[in-house]
Write a protein of this length. Structure first.
Length: 290
């Protein structure tokens, strides 16, 4: 991540000066340190308009760790060692990642996926859903697999995220019965309805859940341990948080864990036509590995 320009820093100082109503001191230098640390740890580029978000989310960590200011918290975070330090680094990352998802979001992807899965009937398939968040996306992929290939589909879905808390929610597979994107037919086919105290909730059926393995994964890790190459990868609305050099590095590493002619599904605002040596456009925000 490039350092903030003088003009950007001046703007930050005018906006991010500690206010009397704020519980913790939080200035431009604190925000710049947060930007550097989250970039180093997760590859995320925070722009200058995220000061309020950073303060709101990280102030909870200051309360829970007993730190009196952002400067003290960040100094402690960088100097701490051992298992406790790794736990806090994970909390730091969890606070600053964004999780916005729903069932069958960007539905055209799943129409295309259904057709592609039917064409691969009889094969053992591996699918990676990166940035799985609270689970709606990998469960949508699993529903599409079941609808295309039947209940006994030979499919393994690896669902990963850098945020451990959202993964815990995903692995439980419990959602509101009013969740967006689910038709009455899919609710009946793939979910169990809660009763009594659990009325108003739904739970993913075991036969669907068995298709998915949830695991923590940081795209910035030097070594990826994801197993055999993938036939299909979902990495949607992830690259928008990375700068161009980081995007390229991640695309190269995704390319390396995919089979030739496998498919990469990306977000509606993501475009990788400049990486034609890695992927060629096959459909609307769908790429084929070269």
């Amino acid at each position: 991540m490039s350092a903030a320009s003088p003009a950007e820093l001046a703007a930050l100082r005018s906006i991010a000066q500690p206010a009397t109503e704020q519980e913790f001191a939080f200035g431009a230098d604190d925000f710049e340190r947060v930007r550097e640390l989250i970039y180093q740890r997760a590859g995320i580029s925070l722009h200058a308009g995220k000061q309020a978000m950073v303060y709101s989310r990280l102030s909870r960590r200051l309360r829970e760790t007993g730190q009196s200011s952002f400067a003290r918290y960040l100094q402690w975070l960088q100097s701490a060692s051992g298992a406790g330090a790794e736990v806090e680094w994970q909390e730091f990352i969890n606070c600053l990642t964004t999780n916005l998802t729903s069932f069958f979001r960007e539905e055209h992807h799943f129409v295309s996926l259904l057709s592609d899965l039917k064409a691969r009937s009889g094969q053992n398939l591996r699918i990676w859903c990166n940035a799985a968040s609270t689970g709606e996306e990998p469960y949508t992929i699993a529903m599409t697999c079941a609808e295309a290939l039947g209940a006994n589909a030979s499919v393994k879905i690896v669902a990963s995220d850098i945020d451990t808390k959202v993964l815990a929610t995903a692995s439980r597979g419990i959602y509101s019965a009013e969740s967006r994107g689910l038709s009455p037919e899919r609710l009946r086919a793939h979910f169990l309805r809660g009763k009594g105290d659990n009325s108003g909730s739904i739970r993913v059926k075991p036969e669907l859940a068995r298709l998915i393995e949830f695991r923590t994964h940081n795209l910035m890790d030097q070594r990826w341990s994801l197993g055999d190459p993938f036939d299909i990868v979902f990495c949607r609305n992830v690259m928008i948080y990375f700068d161009a050099p980081t995007q390229r590095r991640v695309l190269e590493r995704i390319h390396a864990v995919m089979k030739p002619k496998s498919l990469l599904f990306v977000g509606h605002s993501e475009n990788f036509t400049e990486s034609k040596d890695l992927f060629r456009l096959r459909g609307k925000t769908i790429y084929e590995r070269v």
